[in-house]
Design a protein around this ligand. Structure first.
Ligand SMILES: *Cc1c(COP(=O)(O)O)cnc(C)c1O
Length: 429
């Protein structure tokens, strides 16, 4: 499979090159040259397949022969080492729980897949390492740290804003050691992000083979399609149209769902539910794409003013807004509405949703009014424990600490404090 740059000013590359580079030389996102539908028989018999078999069928065309079949199957098995339950929270409304992985966020899937692909591409490459550089406001860093721990030939450097991530998140970033290094930046998330961007453009760092591990990287983004297939498998026997709602920030998750639909997955409609960072809902209203600086909310993993993957979605709809609106809606919700939804969900059936999942639920409820025969699925993207400062007082509950979290709580933080880009460069050198 070849990948082209969405800025159309860079050479086409292989899967391997796209994974290693992250972004094209013209700063465009990579996009697969073709997306082929899977055989009807695959969907007809999906209930007989394991999650690993489904994932292999789904991803194979995007990897081609660049990773041998047996190795790809092994990578998938290591990626999908946890469950993806579909839980009914009220009649006809399901939560697709993506938080049962090692860091309890859906980003575990992409981080584990990408790390193992890079590890494979580096297997014979003893002297020149790849350096994954990532800025995090919380969840990405933990998933990347855990996913890349011990991967051959890859060094991971995570920049996070000092004092601006939760205690659990900080421990997930700073306690693993080995090939994972944490830089504690005296600043806010945007300062971390700016330094990372600067490093990618810095010619004097070319030899460090820097790559990114957020959803602009195809190896982090594409495997996120897997769990849309898993949800279909779980709900297929009800024989009803499906509506998916993704709580959206950088729009990587929903973009992976749309790829699954392009491959033949029967999905009636997608909803991208956002918090007050509403660039996409406004675009669907008035056709003007007008990004704004991000606003802080209680669903902070979605505090994104200019969603990086939206351009990939537009590509899939050939920038045809009317066609796009037939398959896709996007709604914005305030923190007050999110809090109220968490209470509604809890009071109805005792289900504990964290703020991101609750935004997904709200988007789903709104869209389902247009689909009376459909059943709805919202993605629950993180475990409530990761947002306990909001969840516990809102629902008046005390959350037990899961074993994954327990294991990092006892460990000591190791980080290097930096303030300027020069200090980052010195650290890299
Ligand atoms: C990253 C994240 C999101 C947003 O996902 P995108 O793919 O960027 O739209 C939503 N919820 C949680 C908990 C996240 O960590």
């Amino acid at each position: 499979m070849k990948y082209y740059s969405l800025n159309h000013n860079a050479p086409k590359v292989s899967f391997q090159e796209a994974v290693i580079q992250g972004l094209a030389t013209d700063k465009g996102l990579y996009f697969p040259e073709t997306i082929s539908p899977l055989a009807p028989a695959f969907f007809e018999t999906i209930e007989n397949l394991s999650n690993e078999e489904i994932a292999f069928e789904a991803i194979q065309q995007f990897v081609g022969d660049e990773i041998p079949e047996a190795t790809l199957k092994q990578i998938i098995a290591e990626t999908l080492c946890f469950d993806f339950p579909v839980v009914e929270v009220e009649k006809g409304i399901y939560s697709l729980e993506l938080f049962h992985g090692p860091t309890m966020a859906f980003k575990d899937v992409g981080a584990r897949f990408m790390s193992r692909c890079l590890g494979y591409f580096n297997k014979d490459n003893k002297d020149s390492k790849n350096t994954v550089l990532v800025a995090t406001s919380g969840d990405t860093g933990g998933a990347v740290a855990s996913g890349f721990l011990g991967v051959t030939g890859v060094e991971v450097i995570i920049l996070y804003p000092s004092g601006k991530v939760s205690d659990i998140q900080e421990r997930q970033l700073t306690t693993l050691g080995q090939n994972i290094k944490a830089l504690e930046v005296d600043g806010v998330f945007d300062d971390c992000q700016d330094m990372v961007k600067k490093a990618f453009l810095d010619e004097s760092l070319k030899h460090k083979n820097l790559t990114s591990a957020n959803s602009i990287n195809i190896a982090r983004w594409l495997p996120q399609m897997f769990y849309f297939f898993f949800a279909y498998k779980a709900l297929k026997k009800q024989n009803k149209p499906l509506v998916f709602s993704c709580p959206s920030g950088n729009f990587g998750n929903i973009c992976a769902g749309i790829i699954a639909k392009k491959m033949g997955l029967p999905v009636e409609h997608f909803v991208a539910a956002t918090n007050v960072n509403d660039t996409v809902p406004r675009f669907l209203e008035n056709g003007v794409y007008d990004p704004k600086p991000s606003i802080a909310t209680i669903s902070n993993a979605m505090d994104v003013g200019n969603p990086s993957n939206f351009i990939r979605i537009q590509e899939m709809y050939h920038n045809d807004l009317e066609q796009f609106k037939k398959d896709f809606s996007s709604f914005t919700f305030s923190d007050e509405e999110t809090i109220a939804a968490m209470k509604t969900i809890y009071n109805a059936d005792g289900y504990i949703a964290e703020p991101h999942g609750a935004v997904g639920y709200l988007g789903l409820k709104k869209e389902l009014q247009n689909h009376p025969n459909a059943i709805g699925i919202f993605l629950e993207t993180a475990h409530p424990i990761k947002f306990l400062d909001t969840v516990e007082p809102t629902l008046n509950v005390k959350l037990p600490i899961p074993t994954q979290i327990e294991s990092v709580l006892g460990k000591d933080k190791v980080s290097v404090k930096i303030k300027t880009y020069e200090e980052l460069k010195a650290f890299l050198a």
